[in-house]
Design a protein around this ligand. Structure first.
Ligand SMILES: Cc1ncc(COP(=O)(O)O)c(C=O)c1O
Length: 335
C-alpha cells in the first residue's frame, strides 16, 4: 500500500511522540503544527445548543458573509473544517487532470488521487506551462509547509485561463488570516473559483472542526448534498458565529502573531537557521541537517515538523515565556 493511500503524517501527534521518544506527553513542547497557541476564548455554550440539531438559518451564514465581505451572488457553506470539503471536492467532478502546487498540504493530492483523477504535483514556476493540460489547479495560499505566498494577480490569471477550459482553481486559504496575503474569497462567486477557509489555525480552534467553502452557489449546494445534513455540529456553529464577529480579538491576535513570528525568526537566525515563509503561524527552515536537528530537539521534548523533500524543519509558535525559554536553550544547544 502506498504512503498516500495509507494516510498521511501530520503535526500534533503527541501521543505517538511520547511513545517513540519515551517522554511523557505532558513534558512535550509541541511546535509541530501551524495552529495558533492562543485559542479563541470559547464562550459558554447554552444547553440547547448541545441538545438541539443545528439549523442552517441560525445566522452563521450572514456573519460569515460579512466576515469575508462576500457579494450576494457567492455561495458560502460552513463545513466541519476545510478537510472534509477538500476531501469531498474531487467527487464533484468527473475524472480529470489535476495539478497541485507543491510541496503542499499533502491531503489535496491524496484526495484527488484517491477519487481516481490524474494528479500531477507542480512547482509554482511550472504552473503556467502546465495550465493547458489541466482541468483543476489546487494552490495553498500561503502555502503549508513552505509559507510561500502567491500574489492574488497570479491566482486571478490562472483562474481566468482555467475557467475558459471549464476548469477550477481551488485556493486553500487555511493560513491566510495570519499573513499579508490577499483573499480571493470575495471573488469566488465567479465560475470555477473555490476558496476554502479554516478556523483551526488563526483562531486556534483546530479541535472545533470549523471552516468555510466559498464558491458558486450550485457548487456549494453540491458539496452540502455530498456532506449530508448536520455535517457541522451545533456547538461548532455557535462558537464560529461568535469568533467571526469578534473583530477586536482578531485584530489583537493578528498583532500578537506578527510579533511572535518576528521573535521566532530572530531566535532561529541566531542559530544559523534560515526561516522563510509568509505565515505568522510557522517558520519554514530549509536545512541540510534537518534529520539530526529534528532528533536533537525531540530528545529534549520539543516536537517540530521534519520534511524530507526538500530537507527542512517547520517551527510553530511557542505560547508562553517558559516555552520560549525552553526553545531558546534547545536551539542554542544545537549550535
Ligand atoms: C493547508 C491546510 N489546509 C487545510 C487543512 C485542514 O484543516 P481544517 O480541517 O482544520 O480546516 C490543513 C490542516 O493542517 C492545512 O494545513
Amino acid at each position: 500500500m502506498s504512503r498516500l493511500s495509507q494516510g498521511l503524517t501530520h503535526g500534533g501527534r503527541l501521543n505517538q511522540a511520547a511513545r517513540q521518544w519515551g517522554i511523557p506527553r505532558r513534558d512535550w513542547l509541541d511546535l509541530s503544527t501551524g495552529i495558533s497557541p492562543y485559542g479563541y476564548p470559547v464562550p459558554t455554550i447554552p444547553g440547547a445548543v448541545w441538545q438541539r440539531l443545528p439549523e442552517d438559518d441560525d445566522g452563521l451564514d450572514a456573519v460569515a458573509r460579512e466576515w469575508l465581505r462576500l457579494p450576494a451572488g457567492a455561495g458560502c457553506l460552513p463545513v466541519a473544517g476545510s478537510q472534509p470539503a477538500l476531501q469531498t471536492l474531487p467527487a464533484l467532478r468527473p475524472r480529470c487532470r489535476v495539478g497541485v502546487v507543491s510541496p503542499a498540504y499533502a491531503e489535496h493530492a491524496r484526495a484527488w488521487q484517491q477519487a481516481g483523477h490524474d494528479v500531477m504535483v507542480l512547482a509554482a514556476d511550472a504552473v503556467e506551462a502546465a495550465l493547458p493540460r489541466l482541468d483543476v489547479l489546487v494552490c495553498v495560499n500561503p502555502n503549508n509547509p513552505t509559507g510561500a505566498l502567491l500574489p492574488a494577480e497570479t491566482l486571478r490569471r490562472w483562474h481566468q485561463r482555467l475557467t475558459k477550459q471549464g476548469g477550477w482553481l481551488v485556493v486553500d486559504e487555511a493560513f491566510l488570516d495570519a499573513s499579508n496575503g490577499v483573499s480571493l474569497a470575495a471573488e469566488a462567486h465567479q465560475s470555477g473559483l473555490i476558496v476554502l477557509r479554516s478556523l483551526g489555525k488563526f483562531f486556534g480552534l483546530a479541535g472545533l472542526r470549523a471552516g468555510l467553502m466559498v464558491a458558486e452557489p450550485m457548487l456549494c449546494l453540491a458539496m452540502q448534498t455530498a456532506l449530508g445534513p448536520w455535517a457541522m455540529s451545533h456547538p461548532a456553529r455557535y462558537v464560529m458565529t461568535q469568533a467571526l464577529q469578534d473583530q477586536a480579538w482578531q485584530q489583537q491576535q493578528r498583532e500578537q502573531l506578527r510579533r511572535d513570528r518576528q521573535r521566532l525568526d530572530n531566535l532561529l537566525v541566531a542559530a544559523s537557521l534560515t526561516p522563510k515563509g509568509a505565515s505568522d503561524l510557522f517558520a519554514w527552515c530549509p536545512d541540510g541537517q534537518a534529520p539530526q536537528r529534528f532528533e536533537a530537539l525531540a530528545r529534549q521534548g520539543i516536537l517540530v515538523r521534519y520534511f524530507t523533500e526538500p530537507a527542512a524543519l517547520r517551527f510553530g509558535l511557542p505560547g508562553s515565556e517558559s516555552q520560549w525559554d525552553r526553545l531558546q536553550s534547545a536551539i542554542s544547544a544545537l549550535v
